[in-house]
Design a protein around this ligand. Structure first.
Ligand SMILES: [Zn+2]
Length: 280
């Protein structure tokens, strides 16, 4: 799933290429693509794209009169289509924006989940669906605020980092990388983390996001997950680049967490929660 750095770099790329160009039509390509009825998406037709932004894991296409808020979910992508390459029914198409100069942006979604979608919102999209209830962007947080949020909602650290209502923009990959960089167990209880831990975590959040952002900004299009830089994510059985120990994986609530025992858990192997009841 694309996370904050991938979406931020993509927003910057699309802004540079499309801002100032007028919309000539918006077409939902599936029945569930457009999640809102009011305002009418067609209200943006004839208006210039003011800017492309990002909030959490959403892209924002601001046409002044309204903003399209796009959630890519797991397999969604926004791809550029030249004027002569816009099939009427693209196979994985969800929605399309066609611009006055003939170019188009296609929201597509791989897989069968069909969860990517578009919200047309008037006024400031902040506080309105689907952005209502989002926590602050992960790259905007300082240590005192982070500590307050860590203690306000006691959870396992990895799940906490991925909870968009607490902190927006992080997914499984960045949560794995941040826990590793901060040398904290993915299962650490957020209620027990200290002010020093909050400082370490904020540094790890910023460094991890900046590393991925630099990588993404150097590309012409959004990366696929296998290309993205990292020390532990999807690197089970490889050597930890920091200490040389073997990266381990643990199943937790139907997803996989990758971590380094030496760096993060004092050498302890974390128990798979699907089998740990047999180990007690
Ligand atoms: Zn290590």
């Amino acid at each position: 799933m694309p996370e904050l750095p991938e979406l931020q770099a993509h927003a910057e790329r699309l802004d540079e290429r499309y801002a100032g160009t007028a919309l000539s039509r918006f077409t939902p390509l599936t029945f569930t693509a457009l999640k809102t009825a009011v305002p009418a998406a067609s209200d943006a037709v004839g208006h210039d794209l003011v800017f492309v932004g990002r909030r959490g894991k959403h892209l924002l296409f601001d046409f002044g009169t309204l903003t399209f808020v796009v959630h890519l979910m797991q397999g969604g992508r926004v791809k550029e289509e030249p004027p002569d390459k816009q099939p009427a029914k693209p196979k994985t198409g969800v929605a399309r924006w066609v611009f006055a100069d003939g170019r188009a942006l296609l929201l597509s979604e791989a897989g069968t989940e069909r969860r990517a979608g578009v919200w047309a919102v008037s006024g400031d999209p902040e506080g309105q669906p689907p952005l209502d209830g989002l926590g602050p962007d992960a790259n905007d947080i300082d240590p005192p605020h982070l500590l307050e949020l860590l203690h306000a909602k006691p959870m396992r650290l990895h799940g906490w980092l991925r909870d968009q209502r607490i902190l927006a923009g992080l997914g499984r990959r960045l949560a794995n990388e941040i826990c590793h960089r901060a040398k904290l167990s993915p299962f650490a209880s957020t209620a027990k983390l200290t002010s020093a831990d909050a400082h370490t975590l904020v540094e790890a959040i910023h460094a991890t996001i900046n590393e991925s952002l630099a990588y993404e900004r150097g590309r012409n299009d959004m990366s696929s997950s296998a290309d993205r830089p990292g020390a532990v994510h999807h690197r089970e059985k490889e050597a930890c680049p920091v200490c040389g120990d073997t990266i381990r994986a643990v199943e937790y609530r139907s997803y996989t967490i990758d971590y380094c025992p030496t760096c993060q858990t004092g050498g302890k192997l974390l128990a798979d929660n699907t089998t740990s009841k047999f180990l007690k």
